[in-house]
Design a protein around this ligand. Structure first.
Ligand SMILES: NC(=O)c1ccc[n+]([C@@H]2O[C@H](COP(=O)([O-])OP(=O)(O)OC[C@H]3O[C@@H](n4cnc5c(N)ncnc54)[C@H](O)[C@@H]3O)[C@@H](O)[C@H]2O)c1
Length: 363
């Protein structure tokens, strides 16, 4: 191996602790394996309430900086998601740098599992974008610190249907708050992204008689689902000018930003995507100023986390669904708190989550 002279002018200052997304994270683990080509980062944000649980995302990041920022942001989000949901879990997340379609294989998964195992349970992994239940089964071969394994192997399987149920509960609570009735009958709802979570959400809301419009970059999927659920379809990116009651982002993060907020004509934003607000403070306030009720993503998309948490204690689907139903009450509580304290809904949720962490730290 040759050592290269590093041009210090090219090195970015404070590569880890100086990152914008760094927020007092407890531990960041860089995993490298020459044999399998594995390059991964595990971020442990906070373990005050319990071991850091959060999914692994496999993605072709533009650069390592993007991967690092993603894991920092996502692991922090998990801390607050667990705290607001009342789970005894901390926040963690992992990213594997690479294309899940072409670079994922069983050896790479096992090697990643060994890195997870080396943390002795401080971090527990699960499924996220680019990963499947089968991958969790492979990781399980080398570590017990994984959730979301197949039902046939004693696990809880794909968490997405439970996530969708929680989003549905959060949406109904927001409807109750905003329209004075939790019924979604006749409400015009745009679901952006009809993947694992989006499809089940569409099922729930069409069954309730909502007028549903679906949008996705996968046109074959749109055709299939519009026939299956009798929904309308909108193609392309120009979706933010529609007249809607509810916008449900179920694809990517950061779709709620100054540009989209200025165009959105809806009363409620409630969806599954993580990190929907491009800038939490600024965009939460912009929604409030425009009278849009934003149901905090990390609160209403916690069903999948509740489901995998249940697996740690011996999986019981009924219990997981019952606990997920509670998202309805918590959402109403947060929306009322936001109004009462004149703070954004996002801040109201964050405040309750932080108080729970502080109480445990002080105990
Ligand atoms: N799966 C879970 O249990 C879970 C839990 C919490 C949060 N989330 C979040 O919810 C979102 C959806 O998760 P999922 O498991 O359904 O993912 P998925 O990959 O199954 O589905 C995402 C869908 O969005 C579509 N999409 C991608 N880019 C798009 C764009 N620009 N415009 C429109 N559609 C686009 C994809 O084609 C796909 O159909 C993600 O942000 C995920 O992080 C998922």
């Amino acid at each position: 191996m040759t050592s290269k002279i590093i041009d210090t002018n090219l090195m970015k200052k404070d590569p880890v602790f100086g990152q914008l997304s760094f927020d007092g994270h407890e531990q960041i683990v860089f995993c490298n394996d020459e044999d399998t080509g594995l390059k991964a980062i595990i971020g442990i944000h906070n373990t005050v309430l319990g071991p850091a649980l959060g999914g692994t995302r496999m993605w072709s990041y533009q650069s390592e900086w993007h991967a690092l920022n993603d894991v920092l942001r996502l692991s922090r989000g998990m801390t607050y998601k667990s705290a607001i949901t009342g789970l005894n879990l901390g926040g963690g997340k992992a990213v594997i740098i690479g294309d899940a379609k072409t670079q994922k294989n069983d050896r790479l998964m096992r090697r990643f599992g060994e890195f997870v195992n080396s943390l002795s349970g401080r971090y527990i992994t699960a499924e996220d974008v680019g990963m499947e239940t089968r991958d969790m089964d492979i990781i399980r071969e080398v570590t017990p610190y994984v959730t979301g394994i197949s039902e046939s192997k004693g696990g809880s399987g794909n968490p997405s249907p439970v996530t969708a149920y929680g989003v549905y509960m959060g949406m109904k609570a927001a409807a109750n708050y905003k329209f004075g009735t939790e019924s979604l009958e006749g409400k015009k709802i745009l679901v952006q992204g009809v993947g694992h979570v989006g499809e089940t959400l569409v099922k729930y809301i069409t069954e309730e008689g909502a007028q549903v419009i679906i949008n996705d970059i996968n046109e074959a999927r749109l055709e299939e689902l519009s026939k299956k659920y009798h929904t309308n379809v909108i193609l392309g990116n120009d979706i933010y000018n529609l007249d809607l009651d509810i916008y449900a982002p179920c694809a990517l993060g950061a779709t709620v930003n100054p540009d989209t907020i200025s165009r959105l004509k809806c009363e409620i934003i409630a969806g599954a995507a993580n990190n929907q607000l491009a800038d939490e403070g600024r965009d939460g306030q912009l929604c409030a100023d425009k009278g849009i009720c934003y149901a905090p993503d990390f609160l209403i998309n916690a069903g999948g986390l509740i489901n995998v948490y249940s697996e740690l204690k011996g999986y019981n689907r009924e219990d997981a669904l019952n606990q997920t139903r509670e998202i309805y009450n918590t959402t109403l509580e947060i929306l009322n708190k936001s109004e009462f304290e004149n703070i954004t809904t996002h801040d109201a949720a964050l405040k309750i989550a932080q108080e729970r962490i502080n109480d445990k730290s002080d105990a």
